[in-house]
Design a protein around this ligand. Sequence first.
Ligand code: SAH
Length: 390
Amino acid sequence: MSKHIKVSNSTGERFCSVFKRCGGCQLDKTYTEQLEWKQAKADRMLSKFCKVDPIIGMECPYNYRNKIQTVYKLNSSGQIISGVFQSSTKGLTAIEDCMLEDIRAHKIVKTLKSLMKDFKILPYDLSSGRGLLKHTLIRTSDKTGQVMLVLVTAGPVFPAKHNFVNALLARHPEITTIVQNICTNTTPLTLGTRNIVMYGKGYIEDELCGCKFRISPASFYQVNPSQTEKLYTIAVDSAGIKEGTRVIDAYCGTGTIGMICAANGAEVVGVELNKAACRDAADNAKRNGIDNIRFFNADAAEFMKEIANDGMSCDVLVMDPPRAGATQDFINAAGKLAPEKIIYVSCKIETLERDLKMFRRQGYRIDKIQPVDMFPHTTGIENVTLLTKK
Ligand code: SAH
């Protein structure tokens, strides 16, 4: 079936021969054992707050990732190789396929390597500063079938770019948009601020829980769509949304959770730091015909402090911060706003544990903790937590 992935005849479990070298997967266990491991960790860290519900796993925990980042380099014999970036060594581990990523991406990467050779496009080399292609980002949607390729380059000049794009599209008609992103900073796997649309609309669309979402190159979007629908459904159900419920969706990304609340009748305010994601969020509201949601491009803590000082309030606070969790300032402001319910969606259990302690000091009781396996084969544990004002 593939170069690195072996399938067990008896159980159908898959195992990867580059497990140790790649580092993308961290749990060398069967999927049942992985879920047990995550449940035990969630119980150990969070059961002091309330009973932890049984983790919701995937039926088929493979090829779920809809966002694929690939780096390229020349090997010692001058061949272009591709793989994953290793932050520890700042190097590349060559891989040709991966049991986590959407398989459409592997075929595109393979073609890219051969076209780079034909068009004499060199991978960018950090130490010498020579070459053009820094990395590629591929985003896919199963629901709409759309595929975006982002070619991240060190400079704006892309030789023979029309021919390159045409040659690529001839072999991959499934690609619906191609964007060149110019990134002059030296941090690996980051995007620059300038995008040049080479083909298509410059973004893809996806659907979650009946709402449509537009995703730009830099927007945050959950990487496991089938588990995301389960996660959001639990979050929105726990919020107990009714007609007119006033919701703040903090760290809202492209507005996903807030939009689903708004589609259920809530009056929603979303706040998000990333400008492109915030723009996508406003556009998403329009394309879904939803006018009971507004978005603010701001730091969530600053925004919360400001509206708390203005004496505003809300019924439900939905918060989905990055791995670093919320800040003391954010939690203090949330305490001042005093929503009846807080729905805390967390992708890092250590910061969730820390923040729940702070929320307890603000007078909140923890009523529900639901782990959802968003990242099979990795140590990541996502949780939806319901907090209620005492
Ligand atoms: N709820 C969204 C996004 C969650 S990821 C979803 O499920 O898709 C966390 C988001 O928080 C990212 O979009 C990131 O850009 C944003 N973010 C990070 N720091 C922030 C801050 N200080 N204030 C507001 N948003 C922030």
